[in-house]
Design a protein around this ligand. Sequence first.
Ligand SMILES: O=C(O)CCC(=O)C(=O)O
Length: 311
Amino acid sequence: MDQGTARGFRSLLLLALYVLIAWQSQVIASSSHNVLTPQQKTFFQDNGFLVVENFAASGVCEALKKRASELVSTCNFLELALIHAGQPKPFSWENYYLGKGEKLCFFFEEQAFQFSHPEQLDKARHIKKISYVLHESDPFFKEFSYQPKIMQILNELGWEDPHLLQSMYLFKQPHIGSAVACHQDSTFIHTQPESLIGFWFALEEATIENGCLWVLPGAHLTGLKYKMLKTKEGEIIYDIYDETPWPLAEMIPLEVAKGSLVVMHGHLPHLSRENRSEQSRQAYALHIIDGKSAYLPSNWLPLKSAEGRLP
Ligand SMILES: O=C(O)CCC(=O)C(=O)O
């Protein structure tokens, strides 16, 4: 396919995505109903998470998956291989992602760095995640992330002035998809008062086999175990409050269908296990704060104050 045809195809896909999302929004706007039932809101308050089925149409999931794979094809893996090889600064992970306001960061599974010829690597089969500002820097993800239905759910859950702060595309590759250790998202993003909430969209079916999310229901009512802080000098440090291990045996799997949304309170402990199955488990995650809270200077991720606000 030549460049002109590829561009035309991309515009068509973006238009299709726009029409699908606009149609969904129209359905919401023209109905007097809330997206969430009172039972769902109570469930979220009690448990710290909520599954909203059929949030995104299958065509929207496919368009986002296709866009993510296009973005991966643009990534410079050789630069990352140098960073991984532990070259002295400026080739360090910190320099790669710290303070990178608008640029996309690409992270690969460990196996990618074991190739003796990095230029021959099949990036599509080894990419782990793309972060942290897809919702700002890519038109497809921006269209999806700023749709009114997201705002409506946030409002219904009590977020009055939501700001999209961070986004991540998670590939969870077949066979080699690595685990994400148990954590609370508010460890990494701080506001005063706390207001972090995560929206995790399953772009493919998520099962125990392919590494679905696991959560600890009700544990969002407990404090943070630790905080990752950036010092005035720009160094990353950890403030530890509680060293007891997570009760992993009490965690429950969230097996969800393609198109489902999982909402998670910033204090909810969650993890995902390795994917050893044949199926990938692709997902898109958004981390959102309330603009009524102060965004603290201890955050590693800079806040672009005017942007990130939902309409
Ligand atoms: O998708 C995963 O495996 C983990 C995602 C996660 O931890 C998050 O969105 O906060």
